[in-house]
Design a protein around this ligand. Structure first.
Ligand SMILES: Cc1cc2nc3c(=O)[nH]c(=O)nc-3n(C[C@H](O)[C@H](O)[C@H](O)COP(=O)(O)OP(=O)(O)OC[C@H]3O[C@@H](n4cnc5c(N)ncnc54)[C@H](O)[C@@H]3O)c2cc1C
Length: 250
């Protein structure tokens, strides 16, 4: 792709991306066929980027390994979750990674996970670096305790995020020490709508498609929220959703 000077991006499950109405003029590369999983030794799982999060959680559960239960309610692929350092319930993906395997300029690199620069919903990747797999180091667990944890996370999601419309999860990251949903709610946006894009009544950090929403509707709505929160709280909200492609000027 590089030698052809073609722009490209990697698409996992597509759960955390908003593509402009003008599309993306380049190549979208899916790694969904790269989805192997194995346990090279006790306590370790090597998962390839295209495997789904659910597959990884089920595999760990079958092996009675604990540490990845938080991932059970996060839709997407292992590669997508690693590259945004997805997390929930105070845990995140990269914390469990012993070795991160990436490809850059056609070369495979293996790095110790703890030596990579990562943080809240963030993993530093070099330009053009692609996550191809990771080795997770997990603790021994008991099937019953793992099952209970999975069930409590599932119930929590059902109660707090029964959204009912297509969405990309939380649209904004939580600013340090604050909750984005609360800032949005206090700014008066609960139920606010631009075109087909609506601030969910159930979870105000979820911007949902009520039907027929364009990407531009979401960008306009997100821009209004950012402006108001900046005026009220002096806080610049940052998108958690990855925005790419072309947006037509109106
Ligand atoms: C209902 C709902 C609930 C959600 N809850 C959570 C939550 O609790 N916590 C959370 O963190 N997220 C949550 N999300 C967001 C989303 O599920 C996660 O961010 C998930 O990890 C995205 O994975 P994906 O495979 O769909 O990645 P994509 O959306 O396809 O890609 C995300 C980004 O990663 C890049 N990427 C993907 N694969 C690779 C790769 N192999 N190498 C390099 N870059 C790559 C893409 O180019 C893009 O920039 C939620 C989403 C929904 C819809």
């Amino acid at each position: 792709m590089r030698s052809l000077s073609l722009p490209y991006f990697i698409i996992g499950g597509g759960f955390n991306v908003l593509v402009g109405d003008g599309g993306f003029r380049g190549v979208a590369i899916s790694l969904k066929e790269l989805n192997g999983m194995e346990s090279p030794s006790r306590g370790r799982i090597r998962a390839e980027a295209g495997a789904t999060n659910q597959h990884l959680v089920n595999y760990a559960t079958d092996k009675e390994l604990t540490g990845l239960e938080f991932l059970s309610c996060i839709p997407g692929t292992v590669g997508g979750a690693l590259s945004v350092n997805a997390g929930a319930h105070g845990r995140s993906m990269m914390e469990q990674v012993e070795t991160l395997i990436t490809m850059r300029d056609g070369r495979i690199c293996e790095n110790e996970g703890r030596k990579r620069n990562f943080g809240y919903r963030y993993l530093e990747l070099e330009a053009g670096e692609i996550v191809v797999a990771a080795v997770f180091s997990l603790s021994e667990g008991k099937a019953e305790a793992i099952g209970e944890k999975l069930e409590s996370y599932r119930r929590h999601r059902l109660e707090s995020q029964k959204i009912g419309y297509p969405n990309a999860g939380s649209f904004f990251k939580n600013p340090e020490g604050r909750q984005a949903w609360r800032l949005i709610d206090e700014a008066g946006f609960r139920g606010f709508q631009v075109g087909g894009a609506l601030v969910s009544q159930i979870h105000t950090n979820f911007l949902v498609n009520r039907g027929g929403a364009s990407a531009a509707d979401f960008i306009t709505l997100a821009g209004m929220i950012k402006q108001k929160v900046l005026e009220r709280n002096g806080i610049v909200l940052q998108e958690e959703v990855r925005i790419l492609g072309e947006f037509e000027q109106k």
